[in-house]
Design a protein around this ligand. Sequence first.
Ligand code: 531
Length: 362
Amino acid sequence: MSNSNIAAHLFQPLTIKSVTLRNRIGVSPMCEYSSEDGVATDWHLVHLGSRAVGGAGLVIAEATAVSPEGRITPGDAGIWADKHIEPIARINRFIKQHGAVPGIQLAHAGRKASAQLPWQGGAHLADDNGGWQTLAPSAVAFGDPLNKIPRTLTETEILQVQNNFVAAAKRALATGIEWLELHFAHGYLAHEFLSPISNQRTDKYGGTFENRIRFALETTHAVRAVWPDKLPFTVRISATDWIDGGWDLNQSIELARRLKTEGVDLIDCSSGGNVALAKIPVGAGYQIEFAEKIRREAGISTATVGMITEPTHADEIIRNGRADLVLLAREFLREPYWPRIAAEKLGQKDKLPPPNQYARAW
Ligand code: 531
């Protein structure tokens, strides 16, 4: 059979533009809340570096704020200043040395910003206790435990936030990042524009579907203009709010089509995060259908994420063309060497030779 007829599997490389991932396994962006004024620390080198050594094809650094007020917590990563570049660049050099591709997720937390670290409770910080003014499409609070009512962004401030995303993308390029992801999911700023639950604007950024996707499309268009065409340009969305009258899969499919025309190479399909009381049927692979439907109906590459833990399950997703890439989050926190263990279980050890220092153990 010609190569194009061979069903892809978990350890088949994935080439997007000029970048090739050694396999279909990616480290999902996961907040570590361990930065000082946004600056990466030794924690991040070890955390991300060990998962590159562990065999991931792609290592996406956590949600990295494009402005200080765009952080979820004071411990969030940032890339709003040039001082952030070298600490990230050092980590990226290590990731590349060990055969993985370094990625980053650019983010603005919107009305979910100004929160305590999760292990401090995760609630909004009081203004006199390190908190700051939160910003959003509309003056509508998320809800327990994030009850602060955000200030409505003016059109001038919207442009400023978009400029922050552009400046952040330029800095990300300077760090040696090769895979860019815009964070349009999980109830953060861009998602707050998309969803009619959180977006109650009456100007050109609110009301109709076309108006609600405007922020996302404009931001994507602006970042596309500065991100090299040869490097993967991707977006994470929440495919649904899991509530009637909210953002849903049909709107996500149409948004994906529009993002594809704006030059986006892959949609990373998650869900939820914008409706505090939504009932989400969490379970093994509960979000795969979103990646599958968007991949087929929008004709764009997709990543899936969400409670995937078993090598045979991840392999099945790729073999059946349900997604092009499988991202693991908590499972990678439990097992940095998950790809090496998966390679053994799937009889693909030859695809993932260990580093020389560890050869005797594998
Ligand atoms: C978990 C989460 C997943 C899906 C919806 C809402 C929340 N994560 C998301 C992280 C922050 C910590 C909680 C980000 O997306 C930045």
